[in-house]
Design a protein around this ligand. Structure first.
Ligand SMILES: Cc1cc2nc3c(=O)[nH]c(=O)nc-3n(C[C@H](O)[C@H](O)[C@H](O)COP(=O)(O)OP(=O)(O)OC[C@H]3O[C@@H](n4cnc5c(N)ncnc54)[C@H](O)[C@@H]3O)c2cc1C
Length: 494
């Protein structure tokens, strides 16, 4: 029995990232008449990869967590009906999913293995004097894994107050335990990687992020284009529509009720249910003055976002630099063990004989791109191209210290926070959207609801970022729309 009666209620979803597409699939399965509106010419947002010189280059999906049977993302994919259409391969078959390299040489290494027990064991082996502290740190991570995979966060009848115990910052917990700089630096990686400094990262957020990935780690067998297309195809199979090249610039409202959207082209589309699967600041700018209370406008406008990234995509010789079945993090730390700089490397087959693709991701360094802040992608000129090239060369030199000579390396693309800003409309080019920090825990809570009747938010800013966090946000937005009872009755994720 579906929530919808006849005729089906029309819903317009703004944005075809994994957030918009998954929300669309869930609602289409519930009998809604779904139309997804996308400003770009292809669906998928950050999920979608792109091609340079015939080589597929990833953007927002380098790995996926928790796709083993019974784990959270597998349950999501099975419900959405995309598991078979998004083939993946398991990372960590050689016992490593991430290699952390500290300092200027590769002499200080910590290997992150798959599985929480193995992770715990590795921590104990590396820091034998801190076993008691490790016990205290690991216990809540086990708890987070249990809550994650059992979908407590979506189905629990009452708010799960056990999470409040973990609202403290993870950095403060490590301070209280007086962890050594070495242990602190290892434990600091996940929060830094998701864009929240250790000292501001709520412990439950760190624990969920780590648990979701250590539980089991995967890479796409195909491309991000394939993944985006699989989601889009599934939505269409269920009767949903995706309109590309449709940039929305306003949401129409009458007596605090949504009535439709206006496209940049001037066209208008009517609906009494609208979901903005884009950043809340973008949705706010679409609303007419007076549509929401000044306090809401102020709260959303003042939200701080995670930083953007700079990326290099380069072809390297596959004989001297074979594919690595794990991610590599190069980390600079201060004397206390806090991370001051981070480079992420992935070396994967390119599909072209003799060469592999090395992707390097690192901090966005906003200050480098200030002269081009008011320009748009493709129209930034030679100075910008040169600045990107210089920064990419600097990063390649750094990479050579880890991987040895990269002679013959060919840079096939680079992107900056400005690229991401223009590609998916992410304010300031933020990679993971709203900063989920202890400092703005209240301001960033419950972002999927608004005070305008019929208007909801989805996407990575609704609940949490990453493929898992974003899809969890989609389910939680649908729960708001159809109500918790119908959600429990009609949406079975086992
Ligand atoms: C560099 C990078 C690496 C990442 N790596 C990983 C990873 O390895 N694993 C992982 O799980 N997560 C990763 N993430 C995070 C993950 O990609 C995101 O959390 C997720 O894809 C966000 O999906 P979304 O639907 O919220 O947003 P988006 O993918 O940004 O989708 C929003 C869509 O809305 C469209 N849009 C915007 N404005 C309008 C408008 N006015 N009208 C119509 N359409 C509009 C955009 O064009 C876009 O298609 C990474 C992110 C980045 C940036």
């Amino acid at each position: 029995m579906k929530f919808q009666s006849h005729p089906p209620q029309k819903v317009l979803i703004i944005g075809s990232g994994i957030g918009g597409l998954s929300t669309g699939i869930i609602l289409a399965k519930q009998g809604f008449e779904v139309t997804v509106l996308e400003k770009n010419h292809q669906p998928g947002g950050l999920t979608r990869s792109y091609t340079r010189k015939g080589i597929d280059c990833p953007v927002g999906v380098h790995y996926l967590g928790s796709l083993d049977k019974g784990q959270i993302l597998r349950k999501f994919f099975d419900y959405l009906g995309v598991s078979a259409a998004v083939p993946v391969e398991r990372m960590g078959r050689n016992g490593i999913i991430d290699r952390y390299i500290f300092g200027s040489h590769d002499d200080k290494i910590f290997d992150l293995p798959p599985g929480l027990e193995a992770y715990e064991e590795n921590l104990r082996r590396t820091f034998p004097e801190e076993a008691a502290k490790i016990n205290k740190i690991i216990e809540p991570i086990h708890q987070a894994a249990g809550q994650l995979h059992s979908l407590d966060l979506l189905y629990a009848d009452v708010n799960d107050f056990s999470l409040l115990d973990q609202a403290q910052s993870f950095g403060t917990i490590l301070d209280d335990l007086q962890c050594s700089p070495g242990l602190r630096s290892v434990l600091a990686v996940p929060s830094n990687w998701i864009g929240v400094p250790l000292s501001d990262c709520p412990a439950f957020y760190h624990n969920m992020a780590l648990a979701s990935y250590v539980s089991s780690a995967w890479r796409l067998k195909g491309t991000g284009i394939d993944m985006a297309n699989a989601f889009a195809r599934r939505l269409r199979e269920l009767g949903g529509k995706i309109v590309t090249g449709a940039e929305i610039d306003r949401i129409m409202i009458s007596s605090r009720l949504v009535t439709g959207v206006g496209l940049k082209s001037g066209e208008q589309l009517k609906a009494t249910l609208i979901i903005g699967a884009v950043h809340p600041k973008v949705v706010l700018n679409m609303l007419p003055p007076g549509a929401v209370r000044p306090s809401y406008r102020q709260r959303i406008s003042n939200l701080r976002d995670t930083h953007g990234v700079f990326a290099v995509q380069a072809l390297i010789n596959s004989n001297s630099h074979p594919e690595r079945p794990y991610n590599i993090f190069k980390l600079d730390t201060d004397r206390r063990g806090n991370i001051s700089d981070l480079q992420y490397y992935q070396i994967r087959r390119s599909g072209k004989k003799g060469v592999n693709l090395m992707s390097i991701l690192t901090s966005g360094r906003d200050e480098l791109w200030v002269p081009w802040l008011r320009t748009t992608s493709g129209r930034r000129g030679d100075g910008y191209r040169q600045a990107k090239e210089n920064h990419a060369r600097y990063l390649v030199k750094k990479a050579e210290k880890l991987f040895g000579s990269l002679k013959g390396l060919e840079i096939i693309d680079t992107y900056t926070p400005l690229t991401i800003r223009d590609w998916v409309n992410s304010p300031g080019g933020s990679a993971y959207g709203v900063l989920r920090s202890t400092g703005q825990m209240l301001a960033s809570a419950l972002l999927n609801r608004t005070s305008v009747k019929g208007l909801y938010l989805a996407g990575q800013n609704a609940l949490a970022p990453g493929v898992i966090g974003t899809i969890m946000g989609s389910f939680s937005t649908v729960k708001l729309i159809i109500g918790p009872d119908s959600f429990k009755k009609d949406i079975c994720l086992t």
